[in-house]
Design a protein around this ligand. Structure first.
Ligand code: FAD
Length: 396
């Protein structure tokens, strides 16, 4: 029987390890922190997951929050200048999305893995350490890579990627925010400044989850939304409240007037440099490892695609491993990655760039969606299935 090693216990590594475990495949999961450390740490994402992703998780028996997390029924997109909505559309998803704090999700999934006698190792492996131990396994899947390890995954030359992050990010998980009337998430584009994105979510330790509001500032570097660096959580809340008052229409900003942080780890500040890599890395000894999730395809969070893509990756990789009694050589690894890359990751990366910097045809679609509910719904649905974007645009 194959022995599998999975490095990284996040959106890709955990469901992959759990599915292999559930199917009786010996799997070692190596990650840098246990469930208690995950829960004691800071938020790591805003992780909206769309219906197809939620279905995958449910099917695998991992959708523990599907009945309790608040629904995100659609997207309300507004183009705002001087606190006035210049244009906008509101589209309903064909089925609701959800966002559950990754701390909650990873802690629960880690606990499930350990409770089923999972082989869990808490370690941060250097490249030489990883290289030495790959021979003890038939396959190693890397879902978290240090800069040193990531460098072994060749850049995909077919992609032209930005050399600097497109946005500076600030995330706040908030209590005491008035819910939006329509149950939609809000996506406010501020020309020349960036975006402010907000929707309901679920946070808290497993068993004590509660509703919250998740707020993401996507600031153009150096612009008026890029002011959170070198600040602590309390200052971030004050800055956020001030930005909401200064840039959002009064009725929207008013929803946040009593906002408080959900906990001491409720904020995150940083930036994501998008990257597209090939899925197979050769370590110094010549050993091959398969990459998954952000290690291979890393996108700016503004398109809300990375966690969804990572979940698909885990699903496809587990199916490929379970289907395959064969040797896990380079050809097998490339073939295993291809369905995920071509059907999910690559379309999601293209789509994310189109949303952050809409080309004229997408701008025209958004304008037309103002007065066409069917079009607005169809546009919202492309968040759910970015691979359909090209067909959708061509059909209009
Ligand atoms: C601000 C922000 C907002 C986002 N919003 C969304 C969204 O709305 N929707 C969406 O789909 N995506 C979103 N994303 C992207 C999404 O969170 C990632 O794409 C997704 O988590 C990637 O999954 P992964 O398994 O590749 O990596 P991760 O989920 O990051 O998991 C990697 C795991 O490896 C562990 N680890 C870390 N270092 C080591 C080490 N040295 N050795 C071993 N293990 C290690 C970590 O603890 C972690 O558990 C957002 C990202 C950010 C930053």
């Amino acid at each position: 029987m194959s022995r599998i090693q999975v490095v990284g216990a996040g959106e890709c590594g955990l469901p992959l390890a759990l599915r292999l475990q559930a199917n009786g495949i010996p799997v070692r999961l190596v990650t840098d922190r246990d469930a208690a450390a995950v829960l004691a740490g800071a938020v790591t994402s805003t992780q909206v997951k769309f219906a197809p992703t939620l279905a995958i998780e449910s099917h695998a028996g991992l959708g523990f929050w599907h009945g309790i997390a608040p629904r995100i029924d659609g997207i309300r997109f507004n183009l705002v200048v001087d606190r006035v909505v210049l244009s906008g559309w509101a589209g309903r998803f064909s089925a609701p999305a959800q966002s559950v704090d990754q701390r909650t999700v990873f802690a629960r999934w880690l606990t499930e893995f350990a409770a089923a006698d999972g082989d869990l190792e808490i370690a941060e492996l250097s490249v030489p350490q990883l290289d030495r131990r790959t021979s003890g396994y038939d396959l190693t899947v890397v879902t978290r890579a240090s800069r040193e390890l990531a460098a072994h995954f060749p850049i995909d030359p077919k992609w032209t990627m930005p050399t600097d992050p497109l946005r500076r990010l600030s995330v706040l998980y908030l209590d005491e925010v008035e819910p939006a009337d329509d149950g939609f998430g809000t996506y406010t584009a501020l020309p020349g400044l960036g975006e402010i994105i907000s929707y309901p979510g679920l946070t808290g330790p497993p068993g004590q989850e509660r509703r919250c509001e998740i707020l993401l500032f996507e600031g153009l570097p150096g612009g008026a939304l890029d002011i959170f660096t070198d600040t602590g959580p309390t200052d971030r809340l004050l800055l956020a409240r001030d930005l909401l008052r200064r840039y959002l229409p009064a009725a929207v900003a008013d929803r946040y007037r009593n906002a408080e942080l959900t906990d001491g780890g409720a904020t995150l500040v940083g930036a994501v440099l998008p990257a597209m890599r090939e899925p197979v890395a050769e370590l110094p000894s010549g050993a091959l490892v398969l990459g998954g999730g952000d290690v291979v395809c890393r996108m700016d969070p503004g398109g809300a695609q990375g966690a969804n893509s990572a979940a698909f990756c885990a699903d496809r990789y587990s199916a490929a491993i379970l289907d395959s009694p064969a040797r896990f050589d380079r050809a097998w690894m490339s073939a295993a990655a291809q369905p995920w890359l071509s059907a999910v990751a690559h379309p999601a990366a293209r789509w994310t760039m189109a949303v952050l910097d809409p080309p004229p045809p997408v701008q025209e679609l958004m304008l037309a969606a103002q007065n066409d509910t069917g079009l607005a719904d169809a546009f919202a649905e492309t968040f759910t299935r970015p691979a359909d974007m090209a067909d959708f645009a061509a059909a209009r």
